[in-house]
Write a protein that binds this ligand. Structure first.
Ligand SMILES: [Fe+2]
Ligand SMILES: [Fe+2]
Length: 267
């Protein structure tokens, strides 16, 4: 019997227990690779998201400044990245579960994303565990899932904002982070971040591909629609500039990069 993809994705999304979620996520991707059916299920609100009771979620301003100066600061940074990756597991399953009218290839793409996000989280958790910490030992904020909630009504918005903006920002900041961990001699963390960086280019590419697909289905012009959505969501400015090479590799057009640079990059 093939797996019912949407109900399986919902189960992965809703699981609260960390160990079970990782196991279920890994096993579900494996089972779905043998084939799946697209039997629709009722979609619940994004509040059904499963997460362990820790980390404590606090406003971004309540979080301590992170850096590279001490081991504690570096662990806090690793925890923050692990938290992003944990959310990314939920985002991948939510992208499958919530948007049930996409072509089959979309689901194959997001199964791949779910597998890789689970891997990213597990790798980062290993580094925390080695230092006798675990996911949940530092506070975190809920900005990423808030954007998932804000874009839950329309897959076009989800693709533009989550992979098109937030995962893409990861590409901008990761090379400098890799360099700083390399400077502290933490080569295994560097390897993990390099894996994440490489695979995240693929996630952004997936998002941009499906964003363009939906635009063409709806008779929308992709470039101006992307710009209009970014303006609509009033995203924060970010510092540090764009990683143009990675973004071009991920499928951004020059027009999009010029717009983002003018609109968002602070000094
Ligand atoms: Fe990731
Ligand atoms: Fe990702």
């Amino acid at each position: 019997m093939p797996v019912d993809l949407f109900s399986a994705a919902r189960d992965c999304l809703k699981e609260n227990n960390l160990e079970k979620k990782i196991q279920l996520s890994t096993a579900t991707v494996k089972r779905c690779r043998q084939g799946f059916s697209l039997k629709k299920v009722t979609v619940e609100s994004t509040h059904c998201v499963g997460r362990p009771c820790k980390p404590r979620l606090v406003p971004p301003k309540a979080l301590p400044r992170r850096g590279f100066g001490t081991q504690q600061a570096r662990l806090s940074l690793l925890h923050a990245i692990a938290h992003i990756e944990f959310n990314a597991i939920n985002l991948a399953w939510d992208a499958i579960y919530r948007f049930q009218d996409m072509p089959e290839d979309y689901y194959w793409d997001y199964l791949q994303v779910a597998q890789e996000e689970t891997g990213h989280f597990s790798l980062l958790r290993t580094h925390l565990n080695r230092a006798s910490y675990d996911y949940g030992d530092f506070d975190a904020h809920d900005g990423l899932w808030t954007m998932a909630e804000n874009t839950a009504e329309d897959v076009l918005h989800r693709m533009a904002i989550i992979p098109g903006v937030l995962e893409a920002r990861g590409l901008d900041v990761t090379p400098a982070m890799i360099k700083k961990f390399a400077d502290t001699g933490e080569t295994e963390i560097v390897e993990t971040l390099e894996t994440i960086y490489r695979e995240e280019i693929g996630h952004v590419r997936t998002g941009i591909f499906w964003f363009r697909y939906i635009c063409s289905q709806r008779g929308l012009e992709a470039e101006s629609t992307f710009i209009q959505l970014i303006k609509q969501y009033q995203l924060d400015e970010f510092r540090g500039g764009l990683n143009k090479a990675a973004r071009i590799e991920a499928g951004f057009s020059q027009q999009q990069l010029d717009f983002l640079e003018a609109e968002f990059v602070g000094n």
